[in-house]
Design a protein around this ligand. Structure first.
Ligand SMILES: [Zn+2]
Length: 686
């Protein structure tokens, strides 16, 4: 799991990567998107105008369940593949990226001079992996087995560099209050399940997961030949539960103000006695004295727990974390064991991906930009970049108009908000300065070593940011990623090549579909910079107070109404959505769809949109929005997301349309229908 600092993504899951700078003026000239000009030139990929009508369920009233109306037949007829926890439009494109990357890697594999070819070949060579057994990881495990309390800080620093998760996480990122300077930021760690709630929240599902996790701990210890595994597994579990108790919850941990705690190493040592912070932080390679500690009380609690715990429990926990972290590059028995908990128990996925898919993912995750150069040359037409650039300008211009028209924002704040918008950097497709992997050694017969050296390379690269200029060219996703993100410190919005495809964007589709798809995605990322966290950052990317108290009060009141709306959604029987945890994403969806709609209307230049297959332009716009959210989940995956995913599930994301007046008119939604809100109940923020 890679931590993307201070960014908000379109959906969960992403990889780390690194350009182009396209500053987009806020007052961009209004023009219809290039998409509309091309619309009649060739056939769209889906249906006759870019929407798959056969996936609708017209027996459902749109006002009762807009998701089911637009997507019900698709949902009923679509099975989730055995190697997936969920399946939808994002997955269809992710599969396409995977297949295309496979073609690139199959070609590279025959070239001994190709780094990505060797990485892929080493992964596919399962026989060599099995023959080596656990030998490649034994030297590291032996370091863990012999560590004492005095050597722990040094060992954890090494674990950090090796990519083994332990009690504290960290990365070098921009200093929120001084965004021209990098700083080392630390966050709580030490638990093997994804969130403290899995240990502490009492319910039937968590009881089952806790038992499965305990069994997993035991199985891993057994696999590496440790005696007395059951009792030792219980001791690890009890220790992790204590750690979970001192952890901050996910809402506090996502609050940019609360997690900004600058301290010196000496101050941290005084606040969190019991652990050798100086040795640990210097061991990581940090030479600066100042750092940011995200959850200070958790650090105090964890340091105390580490001081009190028997060294044996700490060793055992690190052994399990090491095996789980490298499970994918060790013999199949280890990989299957990790998958049985993290894949099956936690996410409901019956089986692991085939080896070639995992080989593609491994290469993409560790040297994604080396693959990305080939990918964009083959699969990203320059016209897409040009059309996207125009769409972004149109949506940004619409956002500017929305800000001008806000009734709740003070005029002086509007000036600043417009300035922030004018300062946006937009990145489209791929970086124009690629990451240099020449220092990374990849061998065709050493999969474990490749994984270890890749982790060390990524760590060293991250630490080397300290003291240097901000690397504004870097990307946090690869071109093959089907996602998008907003980065607050950089004041940027980023759209990788792979999301700029149908159903999100099709140069041959009706503009209404493109505005409802990629237009709303653009709006979503723009709006993140004005969501409950993003709005705290000014036009330079600095965490600062730039609003008047009246603005803050009005914004928070509107936010509260949206929190209540999402709090009320029962996703699974007895399992409700957390409106606070998902607020930033829900503001992104609400404002994003609103601003995309305005941009669509403006693109028509005052003319009425044509009726296609009996559907008006407005109807098609909202159907385009609903279509990108087609997704079926396994129950376990959906349940896990309620606790770990800041995004609402696809059904509820689609329903955000109930806050937009034009949706009511387009589908004749009436009082008494399930999604109906009175005009006063509809939440309007941006
Ligand atoms: Zn988002």
């Amino acid at each position: 799991m890679i931590h993307l600092p201070k960014t908000s993504r379109l959906m969960a899951s992403a990889a780390l990567g690194a350009l182009m700078l396209t500053a987009v003026p806020a007052a961009a000239e209004e023009k219809p998107a290039a998409a509309s000009a091309a619309a009649s030139a060739a056939k769209p990929e889906l249906g006759t105008f870019g929407f798959d009508l056969s996936g609708m369920d017209k027996s459902v009233q749109p006002g009762d369940d807009f998701y089911a109306y637009a997507n019900g037949t698709w949902a009923k007829n679509t099975e989730i593949p055995a190697d997936k926890s969920n399946f939808g439009m994002f997955t269809v494109l992710a599969d396409l990226s995977q297949t295309r990357t496979q073609e690139i890697l199959e070609a590279a594999r025959t070239d001994p001079n190709s780094m990505i070819g060797r990485a892929y070949a080493a992964y596919l060579d399962a026989a060599t992996v099995e023959a080596k057994g656990l030998a490649p990881i034994e030297p590291w495990l032996n370091q863990i087995r012999t560590v004492d309390k005095a050597g722990l800080a040094r060992l954890l620093a090494e674990a950090d560099r090796n990519g083994v998760r332990h009690f504290f996480g960290g990365y070098v990122g921009q200093d929120d209050k001084n965004p021209d300077v990098y700083i080392y930021t630390m966050f709580q760690g030490g638990i093997g399940m994804p969130d403290r709630d899995f240990y502490l929240k009492e319910n039937e599902r968590n009881t089952r997961l806790q038992a499965a996790y305990l069994k997993h701990l035991e199985n891993v210890l057994t696999l590496v030949g440790e005696a007395n595994a059951a009792a030792r597994a219980q001791a690890i579990y009890d220790f992790e539960k204590q750690i979970a108790t001192v952890h901050w919850d996910k809402n506090d941990s996502s609050d940019a103000t609360k997690v900004y705690n600058k301290m010196t190493i000496a101050e941290l040592a005084a606040a969190a006695p019991g652990f050798d912070w100086q040795t640990f932080i210097r061991g990581i390679g940090v030479k600066e004295d100042s750092l940011l500690v995200s959850q200070p009380s958790a650090f105090t609690g964890e340091a105390k727990l580490l001081a009190e715990a028997p060294i044996g429990v700490i060793r055992d926990l690190l052994i399990v974390r090491s095996l789980d972290g490298f499970s994918d590059v060790l013999p199949d028995a280890v990989a299957q064991e990790a998958f049985s908990f993290y894949g099956t128990a936690l996410s409901g996925t019956p089986q692991m991906q085939e080896r070639w898919k995992r080989a593609v993912d491994f290469t993409t995750n560790n040297m994604g930009e080396a693959v990305g150069q080939d990918y964009v040359a083959r699969y990203f037409p320059p016209e897409t970049k040009a059309a996207m650039d125009q769409l972004v300008r149109n949506v940004l211009a619409a956002m500017g108009d929305r800000i001008d028209g806000l009734s709740w924002m003070q005029p002086e704040t509007k000036v600043k908000a417009k300035k922030k918008l004018a300062n946006f950097t937009t990145k489209i497709g791929y970086p124009d300065r690629w990451k240099d992997y020449s220092k990374l050694e990849i061998k065709a017969d050493d999969l474990f070593g490749n994984a270890l050296r890749s982790n060390q390379f990524a760590h060293d690269d991250n630490i080397s940011r300290l003291g240097g200029p901000i690397r504004r060219w870097e990307w946090g996703m690869t071109p093959m990623t089907v996602n998008a993100y907003a980065n607050f410190g950089m004041n940027e919005i980023v759209f990788p090549a792979a999301i700029l495809q149908p159903p999100f964007f099709d140069p041959h589709a009706d503009p209404a579909i493109n505005y409802g798809g990629i237009g709303a995605v653009i709006g979503h990322e723009i709006s993140h910079h004005f969501d409950d966290q993003g709005a705290k950052y000014d036009e330079t990317g600095k965490l600062a107070d730039w609003w008047t108290p009246a603005d803050v009060a009005a914004f928070e009141a509107a936010g509260k109404a949206l929190v209540a709306q999402y709090d009320a959604y029962e996703v699974l029987p007895g399992e409700k959505l957390d409106g606070t945890f998902t607020l930033g994403e829900n503001i992104g969806d609400l404002a994003g769809l609103t601003v995309a709609y305005e941009a669509y209307k403006k693109s028509l230049g005052g003319k009425e949109a044509p009726v296609l297959d009996g559907l008006t332009g407005d109807q098609r716009f909202f159907l385009g929005w609903a279509q990108v959210w087609r997704r079926n989940y396994r129950e376990q995956n959906l349940s896990q997301r309620i606790t770990t995913d800041p995004h609402a599930p696809s059904i509820q994301r689609t329903w955000v349309s109930r806050n937009l007046d034009p949706w009511y008119k387009a589908f004749q939604v009436k009082p008494g229908q399930k999604l109906y809100l009175t005009p006063e109940e509809r939440v309007r923020i941006w």
